[in-house]
Design a protein around this ligand. Structure first.
Ligand code: GLY
Length: 370
């Protein structure tokens, strides 16, 4: 039996199905959405090599045929050129308004293909089949889609909700440990931003989760998705509360930009370091005790994750340049940076009331420890 989280959006509710073996059963979940027994799937080469035939068989068991396009793996694929390629390929496949596009991969594929679906024929429905932990707990749910430009991450996109999300947790067993742990950065984020009991649970269960305990993985994904669904239903287009989901992202996006969106720093690694820095900043300006950032960092260390700027290989720009990179963040409002800070673990809030001097001090100290 799989778990189900219902995302009760008035403009289009959908389910997130979570559990092992969902690829093999995909046909039974997708069939009710279809007007004709055919889907088009866009994936990446790594995911396709491991799982595309399982998906094909799962769909075929319900008489659904599938055509697939496989793109290069990596953040570089979330770009204008690959968006064009997706849209033209979908048109080549004669996808109609009533058809369903499937995004089969990690966050890059989900964001890119969701955006392609949002603009194709002014919007066709799409199904997310996330294969990374990061995509299962965060990016596949909530309808944010888009691409990166040379100005920064996710600066071009659309809100376009999926019609269904199938999170097959058995697939997580094929991830490289580094990729799995990067996704864990987003899991920890949920505990840190709004659920101290979940963070306590992660402190206890994190090692079992990393070791591959299936039941713990399902529960971690379910609790993360439930929390995200609750927030998205209250604030679909990020007018307020949804910004909490960006805990760690203001620092993280600047670090990703500074490392050229390369393998030097994966997105989830940037989020984990960013969460530690957000708690450090919160503590320094007297919002929370010093114990809170220490506990965050201790847990990330226990999990074998990147925690500090010292964990990023190679050169980094100076503190002023990193602050400049934050200026491109989507959370900038009227030129004012907004941060997600915290009064304690599980008590995050959004604020524009942070002095650049305090941010610079945190960045300078972090750089000095490299
Ligand atoms: N990943 C943050 C959000 O979906 O709002």
């Amino acid at each position: 039996m799989n778990e189900r989280v219902h995302v009760a959006l008035p403009g289009g509710a959908y389910d997130v199905e979570i559990g092992p073996g969902l690829l093999a059963k995909s046909g039974s979940f997708v069939a009710p959405l279809l007007h004709r027994p055919r889907v088009v799937v866009i994936s990446d080469e790594n995911v396709a090599a491991l799982h595309l035939e399982t998906l094909r068989a799962g769909l075929a068991s319900e008489g659904i045929s599938m055509e697939a396009l496989c793109l290069p793996p990596g953040e570089g694929t979330k770009c204008w050129a690959e968006l064009t390629r997706c849209v033209e390929w979908l048109l080549d496949q004669q996808v109609e308004r009533g058809d369903v596009v499937v995004a089969f991969g990690g966050g890059v594929i989900g964001d890119l293909v969701g955006f392609a679906a949002s603009v194709l024929r002014r919007g066709v429905r799409f199904v997310q089949i996330p294969t990374s932990l990061l995509a299962q707990v965060d990016s596949s749910v909530g309808g944010k889609t888009g691409i990166n430009t040379h100005h920064g991450k996710n600066l071009v996109g659309a809100f376009h909700q999926p019609s269904l999300v199938l999170a097959d947790t058995a697939v997580l067993g094929t991830l490289e440990p580094r990729d799995f742990l990067a996704g864990y950065g987003e899991v920890v984020k949920y505990g840190l931003l709004g659920d101290a009991a979940f963070f306590d649970w992660l402190e206890q269960k994190g090692p079992a989760l990393a070791d591959g305990n299936g039941a713990v993985r399902v529960e971690a994904v379910r609790r993360s998705v439930q929390m995200k669904a609750d927030i998205v239903v209250r604030d679909e287009t990020e007018q307020g509360e949804r910004a909490l989901l960006n805990l760690g992202h203001t620092f993280g996006h600047a670090l990703e930009a500074a490392t050229g969106y390369s393998n030097r720093l994966l997105h989830g690694e940037g989020v984990a370091i960013g969460c530690a820095m957000a708690f450090e900043l919160s503590s320094r300006i007297g919002l929370c005790s010093q114990e809170a950032p220490s506990r965050v960092r201790a847990h990330l260390r226990t999990m074998g994750m990147k925690v500090d700027l010292a964990d990023i290989e190679g050169d980094l720009p100076d503190a002023d340049a990193l602050l400049g990179l934050m200026g491109q963040d989507k959370k900038v409002v009227e030129g004012q940076l907004r941060f997600i800070l915290a009064r304690d673990i599980g008590e995050a809030f959004v604020t524009g009331d942070v002095s650049k001097t305090d941010v610079l001090a945190v960045l300078k100290d972090a750089l000095a420890q490299r």
